[in-house]
Each structure stands twice: as C-alpha cells, then as structure tokens.
Design a protein around this ligand. Sequence first.
Ligand SMILES: [Zn+2]
Length: 159
Amino acid sequence: MDYILGQDDRAGQCIFDRAPDKPCDRKELILCRGSHIVILLNRFPYANGHLLIAPVRHVGELSDLLPDESAILMEHIRLSVAILKKHLRPHGFNIGLNIGSVAGAGLADHLHFHVVPRWRDDHNFMTVIAEIRAIPQHIEQTYDQLLPDFQNLLHGPLS
Ligand SMILES: [Zn+2]
C-alpha cells in the first residue's frame, strides 16, 4: 500500500522521460530503456506485472509514430508478454492503448501501451467497484524478478 498511497513529489513530470540516460532505474521502475523504447512497471497497477511500454520520443498520437517506432513497439509488446508469461504465469492478458484524456489516458501526452497480466479468478473487479487494488506481490519484488530479462532486450537488434 505504500506506493499506492504514496505522494509523488514530481507529479506533472512525464514518467517516461525520467532517468533518460540510464538503461534501467529501480526508483522509477524503469525495466528497460533503449534508444527507441522505454518499458516500466506501472506504479499504480491493475494487476501484478502491469507494464507500460512507450516510445522514447514524447509523442501523444499514433499518427506521430514513425513506421520503425510502431514496429519496435509491437515487437516489445510481444517480447514483454513472453517475459511475463515466464515469470508470472498469467492465464491471459489485457493489452491496450488509451489515446486522449477522454479515453482514460492518465498520461495523455506520451503514447503508451498497457500490458496487464490476468489470472483466472483474479480480483481486478475490485478496482472498478471500490478503487481497491489487490496486488499480492510487492512491486519492487516484481521489478527485481523481471529486470534481468528486460535488460537482455537491450542487447537485441530493435532496442
Ligand atoms: Zn514523455
């Protein structure tokens, strides 16, 4: 609960643009930052392992993406799903994109995909009805567990 309830003293600063020169950052929950892609754990997750995957460039519209960036984003969604399956063994995923604040994008200025692992009988409905989120594993434990595989992505051709 400490991070769910914690105040972020840098509210307003784009979370995808923090620690720009580092390949990872535990404090910012950045699992992987390449020259084109940044992947982090959502600090306010709907489920354990909830990832945010964004282009490095601060753009808000799909039409702003270059073809190479689109391909790299999709490839990293694919790779991220494989890593989450390996470590967390979810039964399914919700993967999506909210564009614009009217669509529910909390960080509307910087396009990002959500990758949310799902388990049979998980309790995500609690978020809808009561703003209570049931996260069984502490986010920093999840970060440490996932970090090596996400750092390995930086050695791939598309990072
Ligand atoms: Zn940004």
